[in-house]
Design a protein around this ligand. Structure first.
Ligand SMILES: NC(=O)c1ccc[n+]([C@@H]2O[C@H](COP(=O)([O-])OP(=O)(O)OC[C@H]3O[C@@H](n4cnc5c(N)ncnc54)[C@H](OP(=O)(O)O)[C@@H]3O)[C@@H](O)[C@H]2O)c1
Length: 283
């Protein structure tokens, strides 16, 4: 079913959202602070709003995807929101999302927050995921409209949940990037080729290790950190070896050094027999 959707913010991500909703057959109205970014979309069938107020007026579903929440407030502050669903796909923090949900509700609108787990090129493709939280009525009403953008995952009525889970997933990603870059630095210390190492060894290794993580989650939820694999004392020695090796090879382990300190501290507190999941107690 064709729906009217307005999109405010036509940066890299907003444009990808608009293109995908247009291609799915929706009636898309667009507004961006720098108007020229709407030109291609208008040539492809979108309607240009002259102001943000005009964009909000044009559709019951208003998607906002701009730099930050300060920009969201700046744009929507002077605009009536009565009867509108505001879907904010701008990256932010749980506290900002909760405050914005209250602010939109006070002004007569319904609020859904979203976290986009994709780069713009992935929008509309099979690997894209969008986390949603906030008004369940609004999410249910527009779930199918939004589905062409990415697989939807609704987390609950608390608007802060989408950014909370978004930040948790990004945190996991940064940890993986830190390990990958450090591994590459070590190989580069001996001028070893990186592409084959990454594709044939590192990625399969990381995938195999990722398979253990649901068991860690269960251990953490149970508060039960006994292990029959490698305990913290073994990892303390392993980490010291890693630090020594990196120094000898002239590479930096700075991205991972905080983990060494936390392992050392945990062992010093008498928990050397625990598994790595026990480190959660230090976090
Ligand atoms: N790109 C990604 O891979 C990615 C992935 C996931 C989530 N996101 C999130 O999506 C959001 C947008 O990202 P993006 O990649 O589209 O960024 P971008 O290309 O830098 O675009 C930023 C957008 O915000 C607008 N903007 C900034 N300050 C504004 C203000 N004070 N008033 C009005 N408009 C303002 C810009 O308008 P002008 O064109 O006028 O400057 C532009 O439309 C961010 O929250 C980002 O974290 C991005």
């Amino acid at each position: 079913m064709s729906e009217s959707v307005s999109i405010i913010g036509l940066g890299l991500m907003g444009r990808a959202l608009a293109e995908t909703l247009l291609a799915a057959g929706h009636r898309v109205t667009v507004w961006n602070r720098s108007a020229a970014k709407a030109d291609d979309l208008v040539a492809n069938g979108a309607t240009r709003a002259a102001t943000a107020a005009e964009a909000v007026e044009a559709s019951p579903l208003v998607i906002v995807c701009v730099l930050d929440y300060a920009a969201v407030h700046e744009i929507l502050d002077p605009v009536p929101l009565t009867g509108r669903v505001v879907l904010n796909l701008t990256n932010g923090r749980p506290a900002e999302a909760r405050e914005t949900a209250r602010w939109v509700a006070e002004r007569g609108g319904d609020y859904v927050d979203g976290g986009i787990m994709a780069v713009p090129q992935m929008i509309g493709g099979p690997g894209a995921l969008i986390l949603y939280s906030g008004s369940q009525t609004a999410f249910d009403r527009y779930e199918e409209t939004l589905r062409p953008l990415a697989r939807p995952h609704y987390l609950g009525t608390d608007a802060g949940l989408a950014p909370l889970y978004d930040l948790a997933l990004l945190t996991g990603m940064y940890g993986q990037i830190a390990g990958t870059l450090s591994a590459m630095a070590l190989l580069r210390s001996e001028k070893r080729p990186l592409a084959d190492f990454t594709a044939s060894l590192l990625v399969p290794w990381l995938s195999a290790m990722a398979g253990l993580q649901p068991a860690w989650a269960a251990a953490i939820e149970a508060g039960e950190h006994a292990t029959e694999v490698s305990n913290l004392e073994v990892n303390r020695v392993g980490m010291a070896n890693l630090v020594h090796a990196f120094a000898e090879q002239g590479a930096s382990l700075d991205l991972l050094l905080p983990m060494k300190k936390i392992i050392d501290d945990r062992v010093a507190r008498g928990h050397g027999a625990e598994g790595l999941s026990g480190l959660i107690e230090e976090l």
